[in-house]
Every structure is written in C-alpha cells, then in structure tokens.
Design a protein around this ligand. Structure first.
Ligand SMILES: C[S@@+](CC[C@H](N)C(=O)[O-])C[C@H]1O[C@@H](n2cnc3c(N)ncnc32)[C@H](O)[C@@H]1O
Length: 189
C-alpha cells in the first residue's frame, strides 16, 4: 500500500516536471508541493466550507483540503493547464469541481466562497492580473497564498490588514505561506 502510494507520488512529480518543461512560467516551479507544505496550507482553512483553490496542479493541496472539508462543503479548483485538469478530475470526490479556466474568471463560476487558497505563481503575473486575484481573495475574507519568496508582503498587506507569513522549511524548495484575513470582507467566515 505504502509502496503504491510512493510510486503514485513519483509519477505525479514526473507529470508536474514534464509540464514545467513545456510551460515554465505557467507553473513557476519544477516541483509540486510536498505533503508537509500541502498539509500546512490546508490546515489554515479551519471551519470554512466553501473553498476555491487557484492553481491546483496535480492536486497535493487539493487532496489535503478534501480530507478536512465537511461532507456538505464544496471545493472548486481553477487550473489553467488542461492536462492537470484531466488528472484532478480522477480524484472523483462529489464535493470537488474542477474548472479548466483562468483563476481571474472565478466569479463567473462560484457565488459565495468563504476562502481562497492559491498556489498561483503570482510574482510572475502582470500587475493587473495579480491585482485581480488579490481583489477576488479580499472579497472572500480568508486568503491563503503559497510563494517561494516573501517579496509580495507589501502588496498583500495593501489588501489585507491581517497577514501572517509562515515559513515551511520541509519542502523543496522551502516555501512561504501567507495567511490573510480581512474583517471588512463582503463575506466573512
Ligand atoms: C506552483 S504550481 C502549484 C501546483 C500545485 N498546487 C502544487 O502545490 O504543487 C502553479 C499552478 O498554477 C497554475 N496556473 C498558473 N496560472 C494560472 C491561472 N491564471 N489560473 C489558473 N491556474 C493557473 C499552473 O498551471 C500550475 O498548476
């Protein structure tokens, strides 16, 4: 069982690396998130149950979110890469919806999310695209963002008064997770 799980993770890593070679700027990193990082991100969702995920990739964070999501909860993943979307759909969980579209179009698909969890490579985005993502996240009230540098701090603090920056050493590469809350959000959790 453990051997099969490890082999599955290796295949997933290969799939991710293959896509990185084709679309380096879209993925932003050659390695998918490790289990510890994925768990730490998903833990930040707490009791929220209407979750959207931006840039789900092969789904390491997606699966950890689903482990914690209540039975009546919903997770909508936005992933621009069609190959990853086909793979994510195989997770086969009735609470999961996979949308093969740009995260910036999120509001066309989801009504009232209470949490955005994002692994988008935001530092590679244009200013308007980055601002659109941050504006969507602000409306939800809770925003969890993976990054590999802390350079976005100032920009994120412009949108969220309450920002905590967590450092996860046990990942390749080590990562930063922004945990942001906004009390004057349209929707608060
Ligand atoms: C750093 S990877 C993270 C993948 C996975 N969530 C993980 O943690 O390993 C970023 C992901 O965002 C996706 N992506 C990039 N730009 C996007 C966009 N505008 N809308 C939706 N997904 C996007 C990429 O295809 C890639 O799967």
């Amino acid at each position: 069982m453990i051997v099969r799980r490890k082999a599955g993770r290796r295949m997933e890593s290969l799939r991710f690396a293959r896509q990185f070679l084709r679309h380096p700027r879209q993925l932003g990193t050659i390695a998918q998130s490790g289990r510890v990082l994925a768990q730490k991100m998903a833990e930040e969702i707490g009791a929220r149950s209407q979750v959207v995920e931006f840039g789900a990739g092969t789904g390491p964070v997606t699966r950890e979110i689903l482990k914690r999501l209540p039975a009546e909860g919903h997770l909508t993943c936005f992933e621009i890469n069609a190959d990853f979307c086909r793979y994510l759909k195989q997770i086969g969980d009735s609470r999961l919806r996979v949308v093969n579209d740009d995260a910036k179009n999120c509001e066309q698909y989801v009504d009232d999310p209470d949490c955005v969890i994002s692994e988008l490579p935001l530092t590679l985005f244009s200013k308007p695209a980055k601002e659109k993502i941050l504006a969507i996240a602000k409306k939800c009230g809770t925003y969890i963002q993976l990054q590999y540098t802390p350079v976005l701090s100032k920009e994120i603090k412009h949108y969220f008064p309450d920002v905590k920056l967590r450092f996860v050493l046990r990942n390749l590469p080590p990562a930063f997770v922004y945990v942001c809350r906004c009390s004057d959000a349209v929707k608060t959790a």
